[in-house]
Design a protein around this ligand. Structure first.
Ligand code: GDP
Ligand code: K
Ligand code: MG
Length: 300
């Protein structure tokens, strides 16, 4: 016969880059569903988020990492370790940069770390929708010799430009391997975790400065009622009483908005009607207590 069957390929791919370059946006776009939360605030992603993409002849498990930056608390420390471990034990690394922002110290910090791994590194020039071709050329010239990049691919994660090219190139770097997850599974995180992240995202989007880094969200209770509605009870932890007031808002207005937005995302994720109950509690200095971090799911 002589016909060669196309072999199935699979593997892990890490996504790294400075805070806010668009890592979570890209991962969501690639897997076609929102599982990683996005915001215009740095350090939005705290844990490694695994996104699973299954195509005809391949399966890629993406690791969306917290941005690499200098740690300033035990939580910060944890986030860096999570990002660095994503660089080893993967088939390829996507190093994302923001072409509109230009090269920065944060990029240098990451490149120094990438120099120590043998993994092929793709330079992904993101946010090309914000610049013209001339500026794109200059940016490519600026970055291309900083590391021995396996591929250089300009994209817009937001608009979805060139994502197919990126995925097709990535497939070439995957070894033959099994399909680890069912084709319809998009993340290996428990639903509870993703739901908590949706709530945290809404708070990040509606508050400013001190609040984003001072909150943690846990799902205390999640069950399907007889009428098919999913009932979720979640607690939002803050560090101070004043922050509790901000999260709740005037006559509960902000908390209500957070609940409405999060419920919409959670219903899309779970595919069923959801009743979401939110509580706000003060837990002093939770970011520096190992036990509290463990309870909240930030395990090292
Ligand atoms: P992360 O911190 O690297 O995970 O970045 P996010 O995915 O949270 O994105 C940070 C911000 O950049 C968000 O406001 C995104 O909407 C925005 N963003 C991401 N990708 C693009 C892009 O291709 N073009 C534009 N214009 N904005 C983008
Ligand atoms: K962000
Ligand atoms: Mg992110």
């Amino acid at each position: 016969s002589g016909a060669t069957e196309k072999k199935f390929r699979s593997g892990f791919v890490g996504i790294v880059g400075r805070p806010n370059v668009g890592k979570s946006t890209l991962m969501n776009k690639m897997i076609g569903q929102k599982i990683a939360i996005m915001s215009d605030k740095p350090q939005t992603t705290r844990n490694k988020i695994h996104g699973v993409l299954t195509r005809d002849n391949s399966q890629i498990v993406f690791l969306d990492t917290p941005g690499i930056h200098k740690p300033n608390s035990k939580l910060g420390d944890y986030m860096i370790k999570a990002a660095e471990s994503a660089l080893s034990e993967v088939e390829a690394v996507l190093f994302l940069v923001d072409v509109a922002d230009g090269f920065g110290g944060g990029d240098r910090f990451i490149i120094e770390r990438l120099k120590t791994v043998k993994t092929p590194v793709f330079l992904i020039l993101n946010k090309i929708d914000k610049i013209d071709d001339e500026k794109l050329m200059q940016t490519i010239i600026q970055y291309k010799d900083m590391l021995d990049f396996a591929e250089i691919i300009p994209i817009s994660a937001l608009q979805g430009n060139n994502i197919d090219t990126l995925l097709n190139q990535l497939d070439r770097y995957l070894p033959e391997g099994p399909q680890y997850y069912p084709a319809d599974q998009v993340t290996d995180h428990p639903e509870q975790f993703v739901c908590a992240e949706m709530i945290r995202e809404k708070i990040l989007q509606k508050t400013r400065e001190e609040i984003p880094h001072s909150i943690a969200v846990t799902i205390e209770d999640m069950k399907v009622q007889e009428n098919g509605v999913v009932h979720i009870g979640a607690v939002i932890y803050v560090e101070r009483d004043s922050q509790k007031g901000i999260i709740i808002g005037k006559q509960g207005a902000l908390l209500k908005e957070v609940g409405r937005g999060a419920r919409r995302d959670i219903e899309a994720l779970l595919g069923s009607k959801t009743f979401l109950e939110l509580w706000v509690k003060v837990k002093k200095d939770w970011r520096n207590q190992d036990r509290v971090l463990r309870d909240l799911g930030y395990r090292s």
